[in-house]
Design a protein around this ligand. Structure first.
Ligand SMILES: [Zn+2]
Length: 257
């Protein structure tokens, strides 16, 4: 999240190594609620930035988490113009709409020719990444609504405990509210299931790419790990398939299990 790194490196706010973590934790949500960095805002959009609403950033002499909220670009702009009141932001901070909805979502800007990067492998013109003998499919690239429409994707991601983390629905990603932390950082979405445990890391590479950079997922007998090295390991009913620096194109599915 660019706004955060700009904030914490500002001289007025002290040394980054001592300031960054407490600020990040305290800003994410009112105490007692999940540490969702994308969670505290008015409208439920997934890409957000820190808004220093009380006092304004220019006059801040210290970090005051109670006076910082996460807002989307549009609401942040409304705040800067004075079209959105401090009172409304302060109220929304205590009762974020995304807690009520249980999700946050935002759009992907993807058009053909589409490349899905899975770890260090590239997949192009494939209908689904995993197909099972029982007819289940995982991570599918669907028919577009018309020739001008964006790429449509469909996938449910889970963490290593089988809890849902994020879904791809059409040209949107939808983050669910049960995870330890979700952060957007530049073009990346990072879902953590616990401290230093990355359940999912996606990078949008518009207009043609989406990268599944990290995944640690279990769902029933199926597990999929996209490791930091770039290797993908899929286990299903005792069988193991490894996928390393491969290119797959023009296929119905990549892994037939
Ligand atoms: Zn908004």
């Amino acid at each position: 999240m660019e706004a955060r790194s700009a904030d914490v490196s500002d001289e007025k706010h002290g040394d980054e190594s001592t300031r960054a973590q407490p600020l990040a934790l305290e800003c994410r949500a009112p105490s007692g609620q999940a540490r969702m960095r994308i969670w505290m805002r008015l409208c439920g959009r997934g890409i957000v930035q820190y808004d220093h609403f009380d006092p304004p950033f220019e006059s801040a002499t210290e970090h005051r988490p109670q006076g910082i909220a996460l807002l989307c670009g549009s609401h942040h702009d409304h705040r800067s113009r004075g079209l959105l009141s401090i009172e409304t932001v302060a109220t929304a901070r205590l009762s974020p709409i995304t807690f009520k909805k249980g999700e946050a979502r935002d759009a992907l800007d993807l058009y053909p020719p589409f490349v899905l990067h899975v770890g260090n492998s590239e997949i192009q013109n494939v209908s689904s990444i995993v197909c099972t003998a029982a007819g289940d499919r995982w991570l599918s690239i669907e028919e577009r609504e018309d020739s001008d429409a964006p790429i449509r994707l469909s996938a449910d991601f889970f963490d290593e405990a089988g809890e849902p983390t994020l879904a791809l629905e059409g040209n949107e990603w939808v983050c669910l509210g049960n995870q330890w932390d979700v952060e957007t950082e530049g073009r990346r979405i990072i879902v953590r299931s616990g401290p230093r445990r990355i359940a999912l890391q996606l990078e949008a590479r518009p207009p043609h790419g989406l990268a599944l950079e990290r995944l640690s997922m279990r769902k029933g007998e199926l597990s999929i790990d996209v490791q930091p090295s770039g290797t993908t390991v899929i286990r299903n009913h005792g069988g193991v398939t490894e996928f390393d620096s491969n290119v797959v194109a023009n296929a119905e599915c990549v892994f037939l299990l």
